[in-house]
Design a protein around this ligand. Structure first.
Ligand code: ADP
Ligand code: ZN
Length: 617
């Protein structure tokens, strides 16, 4: 992965420089010039074995008639200057010796004196070392200190900003999430032709939030958008920014945006946005300063640049509910793309993509594998293909066959079960009846929104399946009838389980919570009960904010009133229960038919649901 960092400086320049310097020294000094002690210099001088003597301020150099000094001096000196034929250079440290000149003259050797260049000496003794330390110091500071100015931070090296230039991931490499791909086509168009869009006055999203479980291909999809548009891809991961000192994360974000703007059009991708984008103030230990600063910087940068240049920010999260609302405001991450876990067909498509380079046995049918892997995400499926290929290779097979896949699936499942992500058959059946219950009640009741799609593919954390109704937008006014119907739909799941299995599971907990919440509001806030037109709530709260937060702002009420409120709530819930139970008892055969269909296909569209309902049992 090509990485473009801001610091181009590298320790390797240093090492190289040092090596060259040392080689230079060894070559010109050590190899050619031997060092001899002064007393031996005197011995050699007196024996007339020296020539070309130059006297410096503190050393003496000259030449030794090598090959003729054996027996005169120590073996060390012979090793240095006595080997070979011809003259060898030597140096010796100069000591206070009043007889030196006399001795030199007495043997009649040619000698000269030399003044050392003070400037050169000053340079080598002072300037060079200082320069060296300044450079080393600067380098270390840049490495360890924050860009904010020299604060050492331990986690810094982790928080990397990557840039990839030529991404060759294309949309064809991403399978099974066609809806999400469809939604991102516009982004590609924009990145390719930013001017065209501006001319037409089109409004381009600044931020696109990809929401989906881990491994569903969010990163892959973002890269594919960059690949299709042929633009650079900048990325950082939110979780890297959590354990850092104040200011560093913010500086990194600033860097990222500066770099990106220079390379526009491009994509900035923030993985694990929730790690920095958690709602501020949720932390019970008080704010996390660094995270908050990083988040603030991100918000500032997002507001600060305009899309005209063609920079689009994409972010991924699997927990959109904990994001700071400020991130989701218009002009920031206001476009949301849901990435569901793939259904059977999607899984087959993903398997196909990943087994492109794998030689499959002719009898292999990826459909079968897709059918056997409900709840698996793209990453799991890629893993399966890889495992199967490895297993086949280990057995020296020429093709990957069903046996290898069986084994691979078992392995991957074993891994997933540890992570508690897969449902067993029984659980799947329960979920199927549960969701079928919701769907049938919703379709039958006049005031409930029509069903768009029923699914038993686990979605995110906690939800084992879902029934999607349209319209899903916020409502600002609802009638009592609509609220009651909504509760009935919520309770329908649980009642369907009861009817079919004569047993209930824990899966309906969230439904019950929400139904109870509606009932409580009807009594306490909207005056829709026999207690009459009275509100027990001080403030109006946003309608149906699906937070499930408890009541803490209520008006202080007497014990007795509290009890009657409870009674009313119960009455309303019982009423909704009655309605849902009635409907489901009348549609038992359709309930079973729908549940069976769900078990086969995992996803049933509204159309098909209405067809099933139309058949009277
Ligand atoms: P996420 O970012 O959602 O956690 P990734 O994009 O990192 O998931 O996916 C990890 C890997 O799983 C990808 O590199 C790819 O090999 C595979 N993968 C995931 N989803 C898909 C998909 N829809 N189509 C093809 N491959 C996928
Ligand atoms: Zn439910």
């Amino acid at each position: 992965m090509p990485i473009e960092k801001k610091t181009h400086f590298s320790i390797w320049y240093f090492v190289l420089a040092m090596v060259i310097l040392m080689a230079f020294q060894t070559y010109f000094l050590a190899d050619q010039v031997g060092q001899i002690p002064y007393n031996e210099f005197k011995i050699l001088l007196k024996a007339n074995k020296l020539s070309d003597i130059v006297i410096y301020e503190d050393l003496i150099s000259g030449k030794v008639k090598a090959g003729e000094i054996e027996g005169l001096v120590s073996s060390d000196t012979i090793k240095q200057v006595g080997k070979g034929k011809g003259d060898r250079s030597f140096i010796t440290a100069r000591v206070q010796d009043p007889d030196l000149i006399k001795d030199l003259e007495s043997v009649g050797v040619k000698f000269t004196g030399k003044l050392e260049n003070k400037l050169v000496k000053f340079f080598t003794n002072w300037i060079l070392p200082i320069l060296f330390f300044v450079v080393v110091w600067g380098f270390l500071m840049r490495r360890m200190g924050g860009a904010s100015g020299g604060l050492m931070s331990i986690g810094k090296s982790k928080a990397k900003v990557y840039m990839e230039k030529d991404i060759n991931i294309k949309f064809d490499d991403v399978a099974g999430i066609d809806e999400a791909k469809e939604e991102l086509k516009e982004v590609i168009e924009f990145l390719k032709f930013p001017q065209k869009f501006q001319r037409l006055g089109g409004k381009i999203p600044k931020g696109v939030l990809l929401v989906g479980a881990p491994g569903t291909g969010k990163t892959l999809l973002a890269k594919a958008v960059a690949g299709e548009a042929g633009v650079p891809f900048f990325s950082m991961s939110g979780s890297d920014f959590v354990e850092m000192f104040v200011g560093v994360g913010a500086a990194r974000v600033r860097d990222l945006f500066t770099q990106a703007q220079q390379k526009a059009p491009c994509i900035i991708f923030v993985d694990e946005l929730d790690a920095i984008g958690k709602a501020r103030g949720i932390n019970p230990m008080g704010g996390h300063d660094e995270r908050e600063q990083t988040l603030n910087q991100l918000l500032v940068e997002m507001d600060g640049f305009n899309t005209e240049k063609g920079v689009i920010i994409m972010a991924a999260t699997n927990r959109p509910e904990i994001l700071d609302p400020a991130l989701l405001r218009p002009g920031r991450f206001d476009r949301h793309v849901m990435i569901d876990k793939p259904d059977v067909q999607g899984r087959e498509a993903i398997l196909k993509v990943h087994s492109k380079g794998v030689t499959l046995a002719p009898e292999m049918d990826l459909k079968v594998i897709a059918a056997r892997t409900p709840g698996f995400v793209g990453a799991d499926l890629a893993n399966i293909v890889n495992e199967a290929a490895l297993l086949a290779a280990r057995k020296d097979k020429k093709e990957v066959d069903m046996k290898d896949f069986d084994e691979a699936i078992d392995r991957v499942i074993a891994g997933l079960e540890k992570k508690n992500r897969r449902m067993n058959e029984k659980e799947k059946e329960i979920v199927a009846y549960h969701e079928a219950g919701h769907a049938i009640v919703a379709e039958t009741l006049p005031n409930a929104d029509p069903v768009h799609k029923v699914s038993i593919i686990p979605r995110g954390i906690g939800a084992l399946g879902y029934t999607q109704q349209l319209p899903t937008e916020d409502r600002y006014l609802m009638t009592k009838g609509e609220l009651l119907d909504r509760m009935s739909v919520l309770l329908g799941g649980r009642i369907a389980e009861e009817l079919h299995f004569q047993e209930i599971s824990t899966g309906a907990q969230n439904d019950l919570l929400r139904a109870t919440d509606i009932a409580e509001r009807m009594v306490r806030e909207y005056g829709m009960s026999d207690l009459g037109v009275i509100t027990f709530e001080k403030e109006r709260r946003p309608l149906f904010l699906e937070t499930g937060l408890g009541y803490d702002t209520g008006r202080s009420i007497s014990e007795e009133t509290a009890r009657s409120i409870d009674q009313e709530v119960r009455k309303i819930i019982d009423q909704a229960r009655g309605i849902a139970g009635q409907i489901l008892k009348e549609h038992l055969s359709q309930l079973s038919a729908l549940a069976q269909r769900l078990l086969e296909k995992e996803v049933v569209e509204g159309e098909e649901l209405r067809e099933i309902l139309a058949k009277s049992g």
